[in-house]
Structures are given as structure tokens and as C-alpha cells.
Design a protein around this ligand. Sequence first.
Ligand SMILES: Nc1ncnc2c1ncn2[C@@H]1O[C@H](COP(=O)(O)OP(=O)(O)OP(=O)(O)O)[C@@H](O)[C@H]1O
Length: 225
Amino acid sequence: MIRADNLLFSYTGSPPYVLNGINLEICSGEYLSVVGENGSGKSTLMKLILKFVKPTGGSIVSRAKRVGYVPQKNDFSNSNFPITVYEVLNSYLRLLKIKDKSVIAEKLEQVGMSGYKGYLMSTLSGGQSQKILIARALMGNPDLLVLDEPSTGVDIGSQKEIYSFLKKINKEHGITIVSVEHNLNAAISNSTLIYHLAGGQGHLCTPQQYADEFLKNRGESHDNF
Ligand SMILES: Nc1ncnc2c1ncn2[C@@H]1O[C@H](COP(=O)(O)OP(=O)(O)OP(=O)(O)O)[C@@H](O)[C@H]1O
């Protein structure tokens, strides 16, 4: 579904490169977590997948027909802007030129937020607003869902719900997921593959290999999600 060949990227257009020779193939149906230290280029790789920026060198090709995106920062919960859950979803529906309003109720139900249509976004918890943003990203029935740190600012209970939901839509609906993760336990427990970025280059491994190679070296353990 996504293929990068010798992908180079720098924000200035010249070296040093943030991404320096990425070769990666993400097949349809995978749930790939992208992990790495702060500043290792995880979000930059997402921007390239989403075509928000162009490669400085090499190539990245996506065959996804419809893409849903859940951004890292949820500006709604931290602002007093008086917008309701319904308005957020309805404006996106209009953007996608979808006439069938029942999609709103359908997606809210899917993420377990049916009763929240009339709530102001600013009154929702981090977990609740993240679920709304996932519902929004699913409105166009994407075959690829890209998320940037889905558990940031989300309580543990909602994290579990969100990851189990992501796993479900990946398995049952075959939606390919690419997710930037700082939550290593969640990456190990939920994804089918892990891509570890360091020094501008990436290393693809199974969650088990990742747990063995990286976490044991650091003396860390992981709890199941
Ligand atoms: N718009 C930009 N202009 C210039 N440099 C940028 C820009 N966005 C990111 N960078 C730089 O590119 C590098 C990679 O940033 P990126 O945000 O992709 O890393 P990340 O792994 O997602 O980090 P984090 O875990 O902190 O979110 C960093 O050195 C960052 O400062």
C-alpha cells in the first residue's frame, strides 16, 4: 500500500537529512507503529505518507484510495471555541461532500460516543475528544488510517478502548493503520509491525523482535494492552 525507496527528506532541501535513505514497504492490512526518540523524524515520515510535504530525494508512493488522519494535537479540548461534536463531524462530512447525515451517528456509535452529539468539544476529556477525532477520520471510509500519537493526553481507560478499537477495525475491516507511537507498550501489544527510526534510518521488525531487541536492552518490561 505504501512504498518508500531510498527516501531522503530535509526541511531545508539540503543535508543534513531528517530521513536519510528510508526503504519501507507497508502492505495492505498491516498495523504499523512508528517509534523512535523525540526528533527522530516520525511525524515527518507521516507528513510524507500523507503528501503534506515532498521528498527531497528518492520516492514514496501510496496506493491508498481514501486516507483518514488523526493529528497529534487536539486543539478542540484546549480551546474555548464553542463547537459541538456534531458540528465538528458535520463540517467534515460537508468537506467530503457526503450527503448522508446518518454517517455521523454511525461513526459516533462505532467509537462508543453515541450520546455525545450535542456536547461542546471543550467539555470532553482527552480520551473522549480523541474518539471523536477518530470518528471524524473514519467518515470517508478510509482504507488507510494515519494517527500521530493517539494516546497523548488520554487516560489509561480510554487508551485501552482506543487501542482495542484500532485493532478491531484493522482486523475486521482490513483498514491499514500507520501510527506514530511514543507508547511502546501499546505499539508492542497492538501492531502487526514496528518501524524504529533512529539517525535518519529505519528498522522494521515484529513486535516480539522489538520487545526482545530494544526493551530488554533497556531493562524495561511491557504490560499488555
Ligand atoms: N516544519 C519544520 N521545519 C524545520 N524543521 C522541522 C520541522 N518539523 C520538524 N522539524 C525538525 O525535524 C526533525 C524531526 O522532527 P519530527 O517532528 O518529524 O520528529 P518526531 O520523531 O516526530 O519527534 P517527536 O517525537 O518529538 O514528535 C527535528 O529535528 C525537528 O526539529
